[in-house]
Design a protein around this ligand. Structure first.
Ligand code: GLY
Ligand code: MN
Ligand code: MN
Length: 443
């Protein structure tokens, strides 16, 4: 299966170290194991920053970068090999594996970290780590620094600056490399297949979780260990709950179903939403809302290119949706004034997208020096306008109520525009109806 190659992890560490202040050290812990209950663990997912720099898949590990250290700049503390534990819980790289397979210059037992880490901090003025994210880790870092301080009379200087590592690391994560884009394209393809499978399987009388099962089948078949976030399968009015998670209602003939789901491959997310008729044919009202959201989705993509700013795609969706709601009679007034007063918000209350990468809502600032960020090649984002007509909305005719539509694609900024990674799931009314009709003919 497609994965980030080891040379890329080495390149990322080198890039980070080139950005670190001279005489500094960076310390990143692996994600902790999460217990589900008693001795049963949640499926392990590595911390994204730790993964970005190491590709090392185990818990109970700490990555240390010490630029300029003669004995080696990249140090990994990790679990010891343990035949008894490995018999029960699975293989461990151990320190030999950390050096041989993961490119560490030096590897030590995680048991030895309290004894060894202070010496790595000696005469390092600045420590980069995820300041304030984990109280326990904050205390450990300060404890190590205090041990160094205790040696002041021996001429050793202790760190004085504790700086959030995000500001160095997250700009690197924001711009995706060719290898990252390959993984993200593949994740998007697997998720696209999953959405197509769910469309094909849809029938009135099925339960939302049965379509979720179709999605998860394709995710696993494509090699994903986990969805990138909890899948949303929302029939009818449930689509108006933005993060609907129950997925336990029956699908009714005549309703739409909104599916927001994407898999994760090698710790890279995909994030797709499609909305389609449970029974394969849109009603006139459903079609009208759908085509408006689709127009907003297509328009947004025209505003994603190098040099354009982050907010332009969102603003384009607001204009299309507000204008369309007026035409449909769902809003009354003059479009500019309705945009100014945010009259669209009861129908369209979220942003048109977010950064996408190792995290589904990925890292990276949306504003720089108070201005919306300019887009650059390699930045990945979603495009996901939606319209949700509340069931209890007195201001609209009953025939519109309870319709919820979102259409979400994943895109990457290219040198002259953007590439849509999720184009393999149909999104026009005609294409969705044709796909669903074809499967029904075979029943
Ligand atoms: N599924 C989460 C999102 O679309 O942002
Ligand atoms: Mn989504
Ligand atoms: Mn999204």
């Amino acid at each position: 299966m497609i994965r980030i190659p080891q040379v890329e992890y080495a390149r990322r560490r080198a890039e980070l170290m080139a950005r670190m202040e001279p005489g500094s050290i960076a310390i990143l812990p692996a994600a902790p194991l999460q217990l589900r209950n008693s001795d049963v663990e949640h499926t392990y997912r590595q911390d994204s920053d730790f993964q970005y720099l190491s590709g090392f898949p185990e818990p109970e590990a700490v990555l240390v970068l010490v630029p300029g250290r003669e004995e080696g700049q990249y140090i990994l503390f990790c679990r010891d090999r343990d035949p008894e534990r490995e018999l029960w819980d699975g293989r461990r790289a151990g320190q030999d594996g950390a050096v041989r397979d993961y490119g560490a210059d030096d590897a030590f037992s995680i048991q030895a970290i309290d004894a060894l880490l202070p010496s790595l901090m000696e005469n390092r003025r600045r420590v980069y780590y995820a300041v304030g994210q984990d109280d326990g880790f904050d205390l450990r870092v300060l404890g190590w620094a205090n041990q160094v301080r205790a040696k002041a009379r021996q001429g050793v200087t202790a760190p004085r600056e504790f700086v959030a590592i995000d500001q160095l690391l997250h700009p690197l994560r924001l711009r995706k490399s060719a290898a990252e884009l390959e993984v993200m394209r593949y994740a998007a393809q697997v998720s696209a297949r999953a959405h197509v499978r769910a469309m094909r399987a849809s029938r009135a009388g099925l339960y939302e979780y049965q379509l979720e099962a179709e999605l998860e089948y394709e995710f696993r078949k494509g090699g994903a260990r986990l969805p990138a976030y909890g899948s949303i399968v929302a029939g009818g009015r449930n689509a108006c709950i933005l993060h609907y998670r129950e997925n336990d209602a029956a699908l009714n003939a005549g309703d739409l179903v909104l599916i927001d789901a994407g898999c994760e491959i090698d710790c890279y997310a995909s994030d797709i939403t499609r909305t389609f008729p449970v029974g394969g044919r849109f009603s006139p009202e459903q079609k009208a809302i759908y085509e408006l959201v689709l127009e907003a989705n297509l328009e947004a993509c025209k505003h994603i290119a190098p040099g354009k700013r982050w907010n332009e795609a969102h603003d384009a969706t607001v204009r299309v949706i507000t204008g369309g709601l007026v035409k449909l009679g769902l809003l009354q007034g003059e479009v500019d004034a309705l945009i100014e007063s945010e009259a669209y918000k009861p129908f369209y209350m979220h942003r048109a997208g977010h950064w996408l990468g190792m995290d589904v809502h990925d890292v990276g600032d949306y504003k720089v020096n108070g201005e919306w960020r300019e887009l650059e090649p390699g930045m990945c984002m979603t495009v996901e306008p939606g319209i949700y007509v509340a069931v209890d909305s007195p201001a609209v005719e009953p025939r519109w109520r309870g319709i919820g539509v979102r259409i979400e694609d994943d895109v990457v900024v290219t040198v002259d525009g953007c590439e849509i990674l999720t184009g393999e799931v149909p999104k026009s009314v005609a294409a969705i109806e044709a796909l669903m009709a074809a499967t029904r003919e075979h029943d």
